[in-house]
Unconditional design. Structure first.
Length: 95
């Protein structure tokens, strides 16, 4: 089962860092981890793949996948927390 993340995870997937993707759910995270990850996977990359699969199978919660995905993004040096803050402010202002 796909689950929305409790908090978005902004990542830069191209080598130049020019394109940031705001990941908001398990299926999107799994697709990035499996086919568009810009660096060789490390231990946290593998853990995130397993966590996403467990969520999609209904074994774990979306927050577990989000935490693991964010850790993998930090490990790969592609996490862009400043984009999360901007996105959050825009969402809050729209209400």
């Amino acid at each position: 089962m796909d689950e929305q993340f409790d908090q978005s995870v902004p990542v830069a997937i191209d080598p130049s860092g020019g394109t940031t993707i705001i990941v908001t759910n398990t299926r999107q995270a799994a697709e990035l981890l499996l086919s568009r990850w810009p660096v060789d996977g490390g231990a946290k990359h593998l853990a995130a793949r397993k966590a996403c699969l467990a969520v999609l199978e209904g074994i774990k919660k979306g927050r577990d996948a989000r935490k693991a995905f964010e850790a993998a993004a930090i490990e790969a040096n592609i996490f862009r927390p400043a984009y999360r803050e901007v996105t959050h402010r825009r969402t809050s202002q729209a209400r």
